[in-house]
Design a protein around this ligand. Sequence first.
Ligand SMILES: Nc1ncnc2c1ncn2[C@@H]1O[C@H](COP(=O)(O)OP(=O)(O)OP(=O)(O)O)[C@@H](O)[C@H]1O
Ligand SMILES: [Mg+2]
Length: 404
Amino acid sequence: MPTLTSNQVFANRYRLIRNIGSGGFSEVWLAADQMAGDLEIALKIYAPGQGLDDQAIQIFRDEYKVVFYLNHPNLLKPSHFDINNGRPYLVLPYCASGSVMKMTGKTDEATVAKLLVQIGGALQYLHSQDPPVIHRDIKPENILADISGNYYLSDFGISSKLRRTLTKSMGRNQESSGTTAFMAPELFQAKRQVLPESDIFAFGTMLYELITDELPFGQIGGAMLMNGAEVPDMSDSCSPGLAEIIGKCLNLNPINRTTGTELVKHGKTYLETGKWTAGNQKEKAGRKTMARSDEKNPVMNVDKTLTDSYYGPTDKTQNSILLHQKANTLLKQNLQKEAWKTYFEILDINPDDSEAINKINELKKVFTKQKAKQKWKNTFWIILATISAIILSTIISIIANANS
Ligand SMILES: Nc1ncnc2c1ncn2[C@@H]1O[C@H](COP(=O)(O)OP(=O)(O)OP(=O)(O)O)[C@@H](O)[C@H]1O
Ligand SMILES: [Mg+2]
């Protein structure tokens, strides 16, 4: 039940028209902005009942500053932020076609391709920030569509600190950090790692659900993979190329997952050619899926030996895996100096890391070549400038002689 009521004027400005829905921490309303000729907007009001204390509000203010400078055409960006009686609220464009939740089981491959380009693009953008912005709550309810059929990612830039604070302030006893069904395996570890790849896993789970009308791992999410489960077969529901792309989003190991950049590429190719670039689907897993409503979840039993073998027995190993991953991303983005620094960070953890040593040597050669090239360029420009100066002074003296 919503806390606020229709026709109520919120913050002396917004007339509430209809409650669109309620999340863990907020109510979303379709409202008319009376200051803007009754313009229809969506109003997202946090802690709508009791409001928040000053400390929690300060965290909100700080996070809004981060969101303010994020710009991508497929991010649903708030146009205004304010606080009313301790209740932080955001003014958002109203997405009249609602969330993709209603598309589950009815999504064709062209629509999936569009989602790959638009939402994959938004993820690519968030993950390329320094430090990367991790969404943490990718699910159908947070992907909204406008009447022109464009998709937008909402609720980005909410950190775990803010989630914890909201949980405490609202008197809830369990932190909501993503819906379990969409949570990647690494989030179930004792020392959990929240990675950009965790968003890719959730996105893959969502695409799986949109296509098959079922969740790949029921309500248990990525923890199933840690128990030895495989990605269920999708061959009855979509073409092998698409199944392979989704399978790669759902890989147990974050390093092997697809990136936002690759998702965009796959989507664009499909929209241009009507074919998926990914190859043939691997061997059928033939596992049964569990529907969203399945309440009979087996007791979650995360196999620790299995996770250790994937993530390494110590933090050290885990950190160096993540640093390798970071360095690879930096190299792909042509940020060689940053990658170079990252390889040295890896050597601080493990001075014998041969891959890091090789990469440093390769980069050394690249830098030497770049320096030599730059030296030649500088010499070329100096010679060119000297010749131009000589020619110019000759022309000037010829003109002066001709005049005298
Ligand atoms: N700008 C908007 N336009 C149209 N519908 C919206 C808009 N923003 C949110 N919604 C819808 O309003 C409902 C409530 O959203 P809200 O973000 O509060 O909760 P949630 O995303 O379902 O869960 P949570 O945020 O707790 O993870 C959702 O169904 C969401 O799709
Ligand atoms: Mg939401």
